[in-house]
Design a protein around this ligand. Structure first.
Ligand code: AMP
Ligand code: GLY
Length: 421
Protein backbone atom coordinates (compact mmCIF):
# COMPACT_ATOMS: atom_id res chain seq x y z
CA UNK A 1 0.00 0.00 0.00
CA UNK A 2 1.03 3.58 -0.66
CA UNK A 3 0.70 5.63 2.50
CA UNK A 4 0.81 9.41 2.93
CA UNK A 5 1.34 10.94 6.38
CA UNK A 6 0.58 14.63 6.95
CA UNK A 7 2.62 16.56 9.52
CA UNK A 8 6.19 17.40 10.44
CA UNK A 9 6.74 16.67 14.13
CA UNK A 10 8.07 13.93 16.36
CA UNK A 11 4.64 12.32 16.32
CA UNK A 12 4.75 11.99 12.54
CA UNK A 13 8.30 10.61 12.66
CA UNK A 14 7.13 7.94 15.10
CA UNK A 15 4.17 7.13 12.83
CA UNK A 16 6.33 6.86 9.70
CA UNK A 17 8.95 4.83 11.62
CA UNK A 18 6.26 2.30 12.58
CA UNK A 19 4.64 2.26 9.13
CA UNK A 20 8.08 1.59 7.65
CA UNK A 21 8.14 -1.79 9.44
CA UNK A 22 4.99 -3.01 7.70
CA UNK A 23 5.14 -5.79 5.12
CA UNK A 24 2.04 -4.24 3.53
CA UNK A 25 3.82 -0.97 2.77
CA UNK A 26 4.94 -0.31 -0.79
CA UNK A 27 5.57 3.45 -0.74
CA UNK A 28 5.83 5.86 2.18
CA UNK A 29 5.21 9.58 1.65
CA UNK A 30 5.06 12.46 4.09
CA UNK A 31 4.16 16.13 3.76
CA UNK A 32 5.78 18.34 4.80
CA UNK A 33 7.94 16.02 6.97
CA UNK A 34 11.27 16.92 8.57
CA UNK A 35 14.90 15.94 8.04
CA UNK A 36 14.52 12.69 9.97
CA UNK A 37 11.29 11.64 8.29
CA UNK A 38 12.80 12.35 4.85
CA UNK A 39 15.45 9.65 5.48
CA UNK A 40 12.82 6.93 5.16
CA UNK A 41 9.85 8.55 3.44
CA UNK A 42 9.55 10.65 0.32
CA UNK A 43 8.75 14.16 1.52
CA UNK A 44 6.55 16.69 -0.30
CA UNK A 45 5.63 20.25 0.47
CA UNK A 46 2.00 21.03 1.24
CA UNK A 47 -0.01 23.67 3.07
CA UNK A 48 -1.33 21.61 5.99
CA UNK A 49 -4.09 24.18 6.60
CA UNK A 50 -5.53 23.61 3.15
CA UNK A 51 -7.58 20.40 2.89
CA UNK A 52 -7.99 20.69 -0.90
CA UNK A 53 -4.23 20.75 -1.49
CA UNK A 54 -3.71 17.77 0.85
CA UNK A 55 -6.36 15.84 -1.11
CA UNK A 56 -4.77 16.87 -4.43
CA UNK A 57 -1.40 15.59 -3.21
CA UNK A 58 -2.90 12.28 -2.05
CA UNK A 59 -4.56 11.88 -5.44
CA UNK A 60 -1.40 12.64 -7.39
CA UNK A 61 0.56 10.13 -5.30
CA UNK A 62 -2.23 7.53 -5.64
CA UNK A 63 -2.09 7.12 -1.88
CA UNK A 64 -4.16 4.18 -0.66
CA UNK A 65 -4.33 5.63 2.85
CA UNK A 66 -3.65 9.14 4.16
CA UNK A 67 -3.07 9.59 7.87
CA UNK A 68 -3.32 13.06 9.42
CA UNK A 69 -1.03 13.99 12.33
CA UNK A 70 -1.98 17.54 13.48
CA UNK A 71 -5.37 19.03 14.33
CA UNK A 72 -5.55 22.01 11.95
CA UNK A 73 -6.39 20.03 8.77
CA UNK A 74 -9.04 18.04 10.66
CA UNK A 75 -10.90 21.10 11.85
CA UNK A 76 -10.50 22.65 8.38
CA UNK A 77 -12.35 19.69 6.81
CA UNK A 78 -9.73 17.38 5.35
CA UNK A 79 -12.00 14.34 5.61
CA UNK A 80 -14.65 16.14 3.55
CA UNK A 81 -12.05 17.17 0.92
CA UNK A 82 -11.01 13.51 0.61
CA UNK A 83 -14.65 12.40 0.30
CA UNK A 84 -15.10 14.70 -2.72
CA UNK A 85 -12.27 12.86 -4.48
CA UNK A 86 -13.26 9.45 -3.10
CA UNK A 87 -9.91 9.05 -1.36
CA UNK A 88 -9.27 6.97 1.76
CA UNK A 89 -8.25 8.81 4.91
CA UNK A 90 -7.89 8.23 8.64
CA UNK A 91 -9.42 11.42 10.07
CA UNK A 92 -12.62 12.45 11.82
CA UNK A 93 -15.11 14.76 10.12
CA UNK A 94 -14.71 18.49 10.76
CA UNK A 95 -17.77 18.36 13.01
CA UNK A 96 -16.40 15.45 15.04
CA UNK A 97 -13.05 17.28 15.29
CA UNK A 98 -14.87 20.08 17.12
CA UNK A 99 -14.32 17.94 20.21
CA UNK A 100 -10.83 19.44 19.96
CA UNK A 101 -11.56 22.58 17.92
CA UNK A 102 -14.04 24.14 20.33
CA UNK A 103 -13.80 23.80 24.11
CA UNK A 104 -17.36 25.14 24.46
CA UNK A 105 -18.63 22.46 22.05
CA UNK A 106 -16.68 19.76 23.93
CA UNK A 107 -17.92 20.90 27.36
CA UNK A 108 -21.56 21.17 26.25
CA UNK A 109 -21.28 17.79 24.54
CA UNK A 110 -19.96 16.22 27.75
CA UNK A 111 -22.68 17.88 29.82
CA UNK A 112 -25.54 16.61 27.66
CA UNK A 113 -23.92 13.17 27.38
CA UNK A 114 -23.34 12.78 31.13
CA UNK A 115 -19.56 12.47 30.76
CA UNK A 116 -17.62 13.45 33.90
CA UNK A 117 -15.66 16.68 33.48
CA UNK A 118 -14.91 19.87 35.42
CA UNK A 119 -17.91 22.12 36.15
CA UNK A 120 -17.86 25.06 33.72
CA UNK A 121 -19.45 28.22 32.39
CA UNK A 122 -19.03 29.39 28.77
CA UNK A 123 -18.65 33.19 28.38
CA UNK A 124 -18.92 35.48 25.36
CA UNK A 125 -17.72 38.71 26.95
CA UNK A 126 -15.51 40.10 29.69
CA UNK A 127 -18.66 41.10 31.60
CA UNK A 128 -20.02 37.56 31.47
CA UNK A 129 -16.66 36.17 32.55
CA UNK A 130 -16.48 38.48 35.58
CA UNK A 131 -20.02 37.55 36.56
CA UNK A 132 -19.33 33.82 36.17
CA UNK A 133 -16.38 34.01 38.54
CA UNK A 134 -18.82 34.16 41.49
CA UNK A 135 -19.71 30.54 40.84
CA UNK A 136 -16.14 29.32 41.46
CA UNK A 137 -13.45 29.40 44.11
CA UNK A 138 -9.77 29.92 43.27
CA UNK A 139 -7.81 28.44 41.64
CA UNK A 140 -9.96 28.54 38.49
CA UNK A 141 -9.12 27.48 34.97
CA UNK A 142 -9.63 29.87 32.04
CA UNK A 143 -9.59 28.38 28.53
CA UNK A 144 -9.77 29.97 25.11
CA UNK A 145 -12.52 28.28 23.11
CA UNK A 146 -10.58 27.63 19.91
CA UNK A 147 -7.27 26.09 18.90
CA UNK A 148 -4.28 27.76 20.59
CA UNK A 149 -1.42 25.30 20.01
CA UNK A 150 -1.72 23.98 23.57
CA UNK A 151 -1.23 27.43 25.09
CA UNK A 152 -4.84 28.54 25.56
CA UNK A 153 -5.25 27.33 29.17
CA UNK A 154 -4.48 29.42 32.26
CA UNK A 155 -4.84 28.35 35.87
CA UNK A 156 -5.36 31.52 37.92
CA UNK A 157 -5.07 31.95 41.68
CA UNK A 158 -6.68 35.33 42.32
CA UNK A 159 -8.88 37.96 40.75
CA UNK A 160 -5.90 39.98 39.45
CA UNK A 161 -4.57 36.97 37.50
CA UNK A 162 -8.09 36.22 36.35
CA UNK A 163 -8.52 39.75 34.98
CA UNK A 164 -5.16 39.50 33.17
CA UNK A 165 -6.14 36.16 31.61
CA UNK A 166 -9.54 37.35 30.34
CA UNK A 167 -8.10 40.63 29.07
CA UNK A 168 -5.37 38.77 27.15
CA UNK A 169 -7.79 36.31 25.61
CA UNK A 170 -10.85 38.48 24.98
CA UNK A 171 -9.54 42.05 24.59
CA UNK A 172 -5.93 41.79 23.41
CA UNK A 173 -6.95 38.67 21.52
CA UNK A 174 -3.56 36.97 21.84
CA UNK A 175 -5.11 33.79 20.41
CA UNK A 176 -7.10 35.69 17.75
CA UNK A 177 -10.65 34.40 17.20
CA UNK A 178 -9.90 31.45 19.48
CA UNK A 179 -10.32 33.71 22.53
CA UNK A 180 -13.58 35.38 21.53
CA UNK A 181 -15.36 32.84 23.69
CA UNK A 182 -13.84 31.36 26.82
CA UNK A 183 -14.61 28.59 29.24
CA UNK A 184 -14.20 29.09 32.97
CA UNK A 185 -14.00 25.86 34.91
CA UNK A 186 -13.20 24.39 38.28
CA UNK A 187 -9.63 23.26 38.82
CA UNK A 188 -9.38 19.50 39.13
CA UNK A 189 -6.79 17.82 41.32
CA UNK A 190 -5.19 14.46 40.64
CA UNK A 191 -2.80 12.58 38.35
CA UNK A 192 -3.11 13.29 34.63
CA UNK A 193 -3.10 10.58 31.97
CA UNK A 194 -3.49 10.55 28.20
CA UNK A 195 -5.63 7.79 26.75
CA UNK A 196 -5.81 7.41 22.98
CA UNK A 197 -7.97 5.06 20.95
CA UNK A 198 -8.39 3.84 17.40
CA UNK A 199 -12.05 3.98 16.41
CA UNK A 200 -14.24 3.45 13.38
CA UNK A 201 -17.10 5.36 14.99
CA UNK A 202 -18.71 2.38 16.72
CA UNK A 203 -15.94 0.13 17.99
CA UNK A 204 -12.63 1.11 19.46
CA UNK A 205 -9.31 -0.27 20.63
CA UNK A 206 -7.34 1.51 23.33
CA UNK A 207 -3.69 2.41 23.00
CA UNK A 208 -1.71 1.97 26.21
CA UNK A 209 -2.14 4.98 28.53
CA UNK A 210 0.71 7.50 28.58
CA UNK A 211 1.62 10.63 30.48
CA UNK A 212 3.15 13.77 29.08
CA UNK A 213 5.08 16.60 30.69
CA UNK A 214 3.79 19.98 29.56
CA UNK A 215 5.95 22.39 31.57
CA UNK A 216 9.38 23.34 30.28
CA UNK A 217 11.35 22.88 33.51
CA UNK A 218 12.00 20.06 35.95
CA UNK A 219 9.48 19.71 38.75
CA UNK A 220 6.70 20.98 36.45
CA UNK A 221 7.85 24.56 36.61
CA UNK A 222 7.99 27.23 33.93
CA UNK A 223 5.63 27.89 31.03
CA UNK A 224 3.61 25.28 29.15
CA UNK A 225 5.10 23.75 26.03
CA UNK A 226 3.86 21.37 23.37
CA UNK A 227 5.27 18.59 25.60
CA UNK A 228 8.80 17.99 26.94
CA UNK A 229 8.59 14.23 27.29
CA UNK A 230 6.33 11.30 27.94
CA UNK A 231 6.25 7.78 29.21
CA UNK A 232 4.06 4.72 28.97
CA UNK A 233 4.14 1.76 31.30
CA UNK A 234 1.82 -1.15 32.10
CA UNK A 235 -0.37 -0.23 35.07
CA UNK A 236 -0.07 3.54 34.54
CA UNK A 237 -3.83 3.47 34.99
CA UNK A 238 -4.97 0.54 37.15
CA UNK A 239 -7.43 -1.98 35.64
CA UNK A 240 -10.40 -0.86 37.73
CA UNK A 241 -9.98 2.79 36.82
CA UNK A 242 -9.37 1.91 33.18
CA UNK A 243 -12.58 -0.05 33.04
CA UNK A 244 -14.42 2.87 34.66
CA UNK A 245 -12.94 5.23 32.07
CA UNK A 246 -14.20 2.97 29.30
CA UNK A 247 -17.71 2.72 30.75
CA UNK A 248 -18.13 6.29 31.92
CA UNK A 249 -16.13 8.20 29.31
CA UNK A 250 -14.96 6.37 26.18
CA UNK A 251 -18.11 4.38 25.33
CA UNK A 252 -20.54 7.26 25.99
CA UNK A 253 -18.37 9.69 24.01
CA UNK A 254 -18.45 7.46 20.92
CA UNK A 255 -22.10 6.48 21.37
CA UNK A 256 -23.20 10.06 21.82
CA UNK A 257 -21.26 11.36 18.80
CA UNK A 258 -22.77 8.50 16.78
CA UNK A 259 -26.30 9.23 18.03
CA UNK A 260 -25.91 12.91 17.21
CA UNK A 261 -25.10 12.01 13.61
CA UNK A 262 -21.37 12.76 13.80
CA UNK A 263 -19.61 9.46 14.46
CA UNK A 264 -16.02 10.02 15.52
CA UNK A 265 -13.78 8.05 13.13
CA UNK A 266 -10.02 8.08 13.47
CA UNK A 267 -8.01 8.59 16.61
CA UNK A 268 -9.51 10.09 19.73
CA UNK A 269 -7.32 11.38 22.54
CA UNK A 270 -8.86 11.75 25.97
CA UNK A 271 -6.88 13.89 28.42
CA UNK A 272 -7.85 12.72 31.90
CA UNK A 273 -7.54 13.85 35.48
CA UNK A 274 -7.74 10.92 37.88
CA UNK A 275 -9.45 12.71 40.75
CA UNK A 276 -10.57 11.45 44.16
CA UNK A 277 -14.11 11.51 42.67
CA UNK A 278 -13.07 9.31 39.77
CA UNK A 279 -11.70 9.96 36.29
CA UNK A 280 -12.74 13.20 34.57
CA UNK A 281 -12.07 14.57 31.10
CA UNK A 282 -9.76 17.60 30.91
CA UNK A 283 -9.86 17.80 27.13
CA UNK A 284 -10.37 15.83 23.95
CA UNK A 285 -8.02 15.89 20.99
CA UNK A 286 -9.07 14.57 17.61
CA UNK A 287 -5.66 13.03 16.84
CA UNK A 288 -2.64 11.31 18.33
CA UNK A 289 -0.81 13.22 21.08
CA UNK A 290 2.70 14.54 20.73
CA UNK A 291 4.95 13.36 22.45
CA UNK A 292 2.74 10.52 23.78
CA UNK A 293 2.77 8.89 20.33
CA UNK A 294 6.55 8.46 20.40
CA UNK A 295 6.34 6.54 23.70
CA UNK A 296 3.36 4.47 22.59
CA UNK A 297 4.39 3.59 18.99
CA UNK A 298 7.60 2.05 20.26
CA UNK A 299 5.45 -0.46 22.20
CA UNK A 300 3.24 -1.40 19.23
CA UNK A 301 3.90 -4.96 18.02
CA UNK A 302 1.13 -5.11 15.39
CA UNK A 303 1.16 -3.76 11.84
CA UNK A 304 0.12 -0.09 11.81
CA UNK A 305 -0.91 -0.24 8.13
CA UNK A 306 -3.38 -2.98 9.05
CA UNK A 307 -4.77 -0.87 11.90
CA UNK A 308 -5.26 2.19 9.67
CA UNK A 309 -6.93 0.02 7.05
CA UNK A 310 -9.23 -1.45 9.73
CA UNK A 311 -10.30 2.03 10.85
CA UNK A 312 -11.26 2.98 7.29
CA UNK A 313 -12.96 -0.36 6.58
CA UNK A 314 -14.79 -0.31 9.95
CA UNK A 315 -13.17 -3.55 11.07
CA UNK A 316 -11.74 -2.25 14.36
CA UNK A 317 -13.65 -4.78 16.49
CA UNK A 318 -12.08 -7.73 14.60
CA UNK A 319 -8.57 -6.33 14.62
CA UNK A 320 -6.14 -7.70 17.18
CA UNK A 321 -3.64 -5.15 18.35
CA UNK A 322 -0.63 -6.32 20.33
CA UNK A 323 1.44 -4.13 22.61
CA UNK A 324 4.73 -5.01 24.25
CA UNK A 325 4.52 -5.40 28.01
CA UNK A 326 7.52 -3.09 28.19
CA UNK A 327 7.76 0.47 29.42
CA UNK A 328 8.90 3.38 27.28
CA UNK A 329 10.20 6.89 27.79
CA UNK A 330 10.53 9.83 25.40
CA UNK A 331 12.76 12.78 26.31
CA UNK A 332 12.41 15.90 24.16
CA UNK A 333 15.51 17.96 23.39
CA UNK A 334 14.50 21.57 22.73
CA UNK A 335 16.05 24.72 21.29
CA UNK A 336 17.36 27.55 23.43
CA UNK A 337 14.50 29.92 24.24
CA UNK A 338 11.70 27.40 23.67
CA UNK A 339 8.74 27.73 24.36
CA UNK A 340 9.42 31.43 23.67
CA UNK A 341 11.31 32.70 20.62
CA UNK A 342 14.04 30.20 19.81
CA UNK A 343 17.19 29.87 17.73
CA UNK A 344 17.29 27.92 14.49
CA UNK A 345 20.01 26.57 12.23
CA UNK A 346 22.23 25.09 14.99
CA UNK A 347 24.20 22.07 13.82
CA UNK A 348 23.14 18.85 15.56
CA UNK A 349 25.83 16.30 16.40
CA UNK A 350 25.68 12.83 17.95
CA UNK A 351 22.60 11.60 16.07
CA UNK A 352 24.35 8.43 14.93
CA UNK A 353 25.68 7.63 18.40
CA UNK A 354 22.37 8.39 20.13
CA UNK A 355 20.41 6.18 17.74
CA UNK A 356 22.87 3.30 17.48
CA UNK A 357 22.02 1.59 20.76
CA UNK A 358 18.71 0.89 22.39
CA UNK A 359 17.07 4.25 21.69
CA UNK A 360 15.28 5.68 18.66
CA UNK A 361 15.80 9.34 17.88
CA UNK A 362 12.60 10.83 16.48
CA UNK A 363 13.10 14.12 14.71
CA UNK A 364 10.70 17.04 15.27
CA UNK A 365 12.14 20.46 14.36
CA UNK A 366 15.06 19.46 12.14
CA UNK A 367 16.23 20.37 8.64
CA UNK A 368 19.36 19.95 6.51
CA UNK A 369 21.64 22.90 5.78
CA UNK A 370 23.33 23.51 2.41
CA UNK A 371 26.20 21.21 3.45
CA UNK A 372 23.90 18.35 4.35
CA UNK A 373 24.25 18.78 8.11
CA UNK A 374 21.26 18.16 10.32
CA UNK A 375 20.30 21.50 11.91
CA UNK A 376 17.65 22.69 14.33
CA UNK A 377 14.55 24.26 12.77
CA UNK A 378 11.93 24.19 15.50
CA UNK A 379 11.38 24.57 19.24
CA UNK A 380 11.15 20.88 19.96
CA UNK A 381 14.04 19.38 17.99
CA UNK A 382 14.34 15.67 18.83
CA UNK A 383 12.43 13.11 20.91
CA UNK A 384 14.75 10.40 22.15
CA UNK A 385 12.66 7.34 22.88
CA UNK A 386 13.58 4.01 24.44
CA UNK A 387 11.78 0.88 25.51
CA UNK A 388 12.77 -1.70 28.14
CA UNK A 389 11.40 -4.28 30.57
CA UNK A 390 11.12 -1.72 33.35
CA UNK A 391 10.37 1.99 33.40
CA UNK A 392 13.68 2.67 35.19
CA UNK A 393 15.62 0.86 32.46
CA UNK A 394 13.71 2.60 29.65
CA UNK A 395 14.44 5.91 31.35
CA UNK A 396 18.15 5.09 31.73
CA UNK A 397 18.35 4.15 28.04
CA UNK A 398 16.60 7.32 26.89
CA UNK A 399 18.80 9.57 29.03
CA UNK A 400 21.98 7.78 28.02
CA UNK A 401 21.11 8.43 24.38
CA UNK A 402 20.02 12.04 24.83
CA UNK A 403 23.35 12.71 26.56
CA UNK A 404 25.12 11.88 23.29
CA UNK A 405 23.31 14.61 21.39
CA UNK A 406 24.43 18.14 21.17
CA UNK A 407 23.56 21.46 19.56
CA UNK A 408 24.08 24.98 20.81
CA UNK A 409 21.51 25.80 23.50
CA UNK A 410 20.12 22.23 23.83
CA UNK A 411 17.91 21.74 26.87
CA UNK A 412 15.75 18.91 28.11
CA UNK A 413 14.03 17.93 31.31
CA UNK A 414 15.96 15.61 33.59
CA UNK A 415 12.93 14.26 35.44
CA UNK A 416 10.84 12.58 32.73
CA UNK A 417 9.34 9.35 34.15
CA UNK A 418 11.26 9.86 37.39
CA UNK A 419 8.24 9.49 39.63
CA UNK A 420 4.56 9.63 39.01
CA UNK A 421 3.32 13.17 39.43
P1 AMP B 1 -5.34 21.47 27.75
O1 AMP B 1 -4.72 22.39 26.74
O2 AMP B 1 -6.83 21.53 27.81
O3 AMP B 1 -4.72 20.10 27.70
O4 AMP B 1 -4.85 22.00 29.16
C1 AMP B 1 -3.49 22.13 29.44
C2 AMP B 1 -3.21 21.69 30.84
O5 AMP B 1 -3.92 22.52 31.75
C3 AMP B 1 -3.69 20.29 31.17
O6 AMP B 1 -2.79 19.31 30.79
C4 AMP B 1 -3.84 20.36 32.66
O7 AMP B 1 -2.58 20.21 33.27
C5 AMP B 1 -4.31 21.77 32.89
N1 AMP B 1 -5.77 21.80 33.02
C6 AMP B 1 -6.70 22.00 32.04
N2 AMP B 1 -7.94 21.97 32.56
C7 AMP B 1 -7.80 21.76 33.89
C8 AMP B 1 -8.71 21.63 34.97
N3 AMP B 1 -10.02 21.75 34.82
N4 AMP B 1 -8.21 21.41 36.20
C9 AMP B 1 -6.88 21.32 36.41
N5 AMP B 1 -5.96 21.42 35.42
C10 AMP B 1 -6.42 21.64 34.18
N1 GLY C 1 0.64 16.11 24.37
C1 GLY C 1 -0.62 16.72 24.30
C2 GLY C 1 -1.13 16.97 22.95
O1 GLY C 1 -0.68 16.37 21.98
O2 GLY C 1 -2.03 17.76 22.80
Amino acid sequence: MRILVIGSGGREHAITWKLGQSSRLSELHCAPGNAGICEAAKCHSVDTNDPASIAALAESLKADITMIGPEAPLVAGVREAFAVRKLRIVAPSAHAAWLEGSKVFAKEFMKRSGIPTARFVACDSVMEARAALNQFTFPVVVKANGLAAGKGVRIVNDSTDFEVAIQEMMVQRVFGDSGDRIVIEECLVGDEASLMLFTDGRDYKLLPPARDYKRVDDGDRGPNTGGMGSFSTPGLIDERTLSRIQTEIVAPTLASMFAEGHPFEGILYVGLMLTADGPKVIEYNARLGDPETQAVMIRLESDLVEILDAIIEKRVSETRIEWADDSSVCVVAASKGYPGAFDRGKIITGLQEAGSGEAVVFHAGTARDENGNFVTSGGRVLGVTARAGTLAEARARAYEAVGKLSFEGIHYRKDIAETSR
